[in-house]
Design a protein around this ligand. Structure first.
Ligand code: SAH
Ligand code: SF4
Length: 343
């Protein structure tokens, strides 16, 4: 299989072109072709001599992802695409249109090893890691779809299939590629990585002091409840997790987000809200709650509107900002935690 061209950074591309005996500016021409013009076939590179176009086609793949299925929600605001990878695995990517925003929810793995009980991807188990280039390609694919409409992606959330910090290098390499100022040039602050709470990687991310937004999937405010929902809590309990979160906020001076899927009469009680408020005291943070999206392998049900409002009210009475998120795309199984590919 030919290497995917989006797996190369500008330096690696420059080295290749140098080996081909090409002048130094060629790599930048190709880079702009890929990430500014959004070209995805060697023959589109009209700025290059025929010989270089041929070499590109011989040596590199311009796609590893084959779109197999595309589904649109009934309100037309959410589109989900299923892509097949060269290894036969499949992933899903979701575009959400909300007012001026065009937010893409991308996957970093096929399946997920973390086994969170309420999550459809977790219920599948781990299948494969994506390469950085395959993560990048999801974004380029949708950018190409939007271009003829005069639209651009405004935000990328790493909240699709997989645990991004369980595929750390590829995820960060992808964001670096898309962030590059001579290429796709999407600002670091337009990206959000969501993690289940892999503490060593949160520490590493904090030390890198990036401007990328960080969200932590919390879902419960005591170890017993959280470990029953998110097995990773047995390895990294709440005190260790919250210490790493505080380190991140201190190192980056950025606000951290906590995510909470509200499950009826389980973690949507005023007691859980009060415990959560105590955990987060003094931390520069924000809580996003979303009613659970029911999945096949889990009996929990979504909270009610009234209980969600009460949960947020308790948090806010303790000075912790809270937002209730809408469940988008659930009619096409494109909502949070619903991504799963039937084998
Ligand atoms: N693995 C990462 C990112 C992917 S999941 C993580 O866990 O953070 C993206 C978000 O959807 C996480 O906050 C996750 O907890 C949440 N989620 C998973 N299943 C869900 C469900 N059934 N209903 C609502 N949210 C869910
Ligand atoms: Fe994996 Fe995130 Fe789902 Fe947990 S919630 S199983 S970490 S994708």
């Amino acid at each position: 299989m030919k290497p995917l061209i989006y797996d190369l950074d500008l330096d690696a591309l420059s080295r290749t072109l140098q080996q081909w005996g090409q002048p130094a500016y060629r790599a930048r021409q190709i880079w702009r072709g890929l990430y500014v013009n959004l070209w995805h076939r060697a023959d589109q590179f009209s700025v290059l001599p025929q010989e270089v176009r041929q070499k590109l086609a011989q040596h590199f793949a311009f796609a590893h992802l084959t779109p197999e299925k595309s589904l649109e929600s009934s309100d037309k605001k959410t589109t989900k695409v299923l892509f097949r990878l060269p290894n036969g695995e499949a992933i899903e990517t979701v575009l959400m249109r909300y007012r001026q925003r065009r937010t893409l929810c991308i996957s970093t793995q096929a399946g997920c090893a973390m086994g969170c009980v309420f999550c459809a991807t977790g219920q599948m188990g781990f299948r494969a890691n994506l390469s950085g280039g395959e993560i990048v390609e999801q974004v380029l694919y949708f950018a190409r779809q939007l271009k003829p409409l005069g639209e651009r992606l405004t935000n990328v959330v790493v909240m699709g299939m997989g645990e991004p910090f369980h595929n750390y290098e590829a995820t960060l390499a992808a964001i670096d590629r898309l962030n590059h100022h001579e290429g796709f040039n999407m600002g670091a602050r337009r990206f959000t990585i969501s993690t289940v709470g892999l503490v060593p990687m949160i520490r590493r991310f904090a030390a890198e002091r990036r401007q990328i937004n960080l969200a932590i999937s919390l879902h419960a405010a005591d170890d017993e409840t959280r470990a029953a929902m998110l097995p990773i809590n047995k390895k990294y309990p709440l005190d260790v997790l919250l210490a790493a979160c505080r380190e991140y906020v201190e190192a980056t001076h950025r606000r951290i987000t906590f995510e909470w899927a509200l499950i009826h009469e389980h973690n949507d009680t005023p007691e859980q809200a009060a415990k959560l408020a105590a955990l987060l005291q003094g931390l520069n943070c924000h809580v996003n709650v979303i009613p659970l999206n029911p999945t096949q392998g889990y009996t929990g049900q979504p909270t009610t509107r009234r209980r969600a409002l009460e949960f947020c009210r308790v948090l806010e009475s303790h000075g912790i900002p809270c937002t209730i998120r809408a469940r988008r795309g659930i009619d096409i199984q494109a909502g949070c935690g619903q991504l799963a590919v039937q084998a």
